[in-house]
Ligand binder design. Structure first.
Ligand SMILES: [Zn+2]
Ligand SMILES: [Zn+2]
Length: 264
């Protein structure tokens, strides 16, 4: 066992993912209050004092709510691109200079023993990114909050051992649902959120059936159900000859609790 991964929670009420290697414990986003983040970490037996840093995908509140609190409380470095720093400046409050880490999107950087590649995604934020993590031979890709997945993303995330991919909404449920039209348009747009169908099609192109772990993330409470998201993806993959019970591990993430810990 070399790398541990856990989705502590995923969805519009808050996002936080966890990666652990021999020398690093990293959070991807921290979109909850400090107290809730502490509860989520303790639910998987991790002491927040042991966290080494937080990488941020974009400045929306469901991704940065606890970033400032956690940085101040546990003296944590925060990694984000310059635009995201500008975008989250007011929300997260004062961060010590030594904990402000600025990277360039689509440039590799390292946090201790993990190599990190922040990749451009398509979302209505200043400069949103997904993340690809490398540790020895293990590769983990996290792509949520994106209206589409283009060829650049597909070719970069390919051959991962674990994918966390957004399956935000069922297009029919969203269209027939109660959201005001401008909000529906925003979610459906190329800079909104990824539908179940788009997630399924993306996975259909990149999954090889080599026991990859696939987690569906950022499911909408109002415009999706775990069953529909799971079924849309598993049906399409089985059309591509991939048995989701045998060739890969397909799992959901949750809005209000952690997944199991995946050992890679
Ligand atoms: Zn989000
Ligand atoms: Zn967002």
């Amino acid at each position: 066992m070399e790398v541990k991964f856990c989705s502590l929670s995923s969805g519009s009420s808050g996002n936080c993912q966890y990666i652990e290697t021999e020398k690093s414990k990293i959070l991807i986003d921290a979109g909850f209050s400090g107290k809730r983040l502490e509860q989520l970490l303790s639910s998987i037996g991790v002491n927040p004092k042991d966290i080494d840093g937080i990488v941020v995908t974009h400045e929306h509140i469901d991704h940065v709510k606890g970033v400032g609190v956690f940085s101040r409380r546990y003296d944590l470095p925060i990694y984000a691109n310059e635009s995201t720093w500008i975008g989250m400046n007011k929300t997260i409050g004062k961060i010590q200079d030594k904990n402000i880490k600025i990277f360039k999107s689509e440039n590799y950087f390292n946090i201790r023993d993990i190599q990190v590649y922040p990749i451009n995604i398509f979302h209505d934020a200043l400069e949103p990114v997904g993340y690809i993590f490398f540790y020895n031979k293990v590769k983990i890709s996290i792509i949520t909050d994106t209206g589409k997945v283009n060829d650049n993303i597909k070719s970069n995330i390919k051959n991962s051992n674990l994918y966390l991919l957004e399956a935000n909404h069922d297009i029919d449920m969203l269209k027939k649902g109660n959201y005001p039209w401008p909000l529906k348009q925003r979610i459906l747009s190329a800079n909104g959120h990824l539908s179940n169908d788009d997630a399924a099609m993306t996975l259909g192109e990149i999954i090889q059936g080599n026991e990859e772990i696939v987690l569906l993330g950022h499911l909408s409470r109002d415009n999706n159900t775990p069953e529909i998201a799971y079924k849309t993806v598993s049906n399409l993959l089985s059309n591509h000859g991939i048995d989701v019970n045998k060739d890969i591990k397909l799992d959901l993430t949750y809005r209000d609790k952690a997944t199991i810990i995946y050992n890679l």
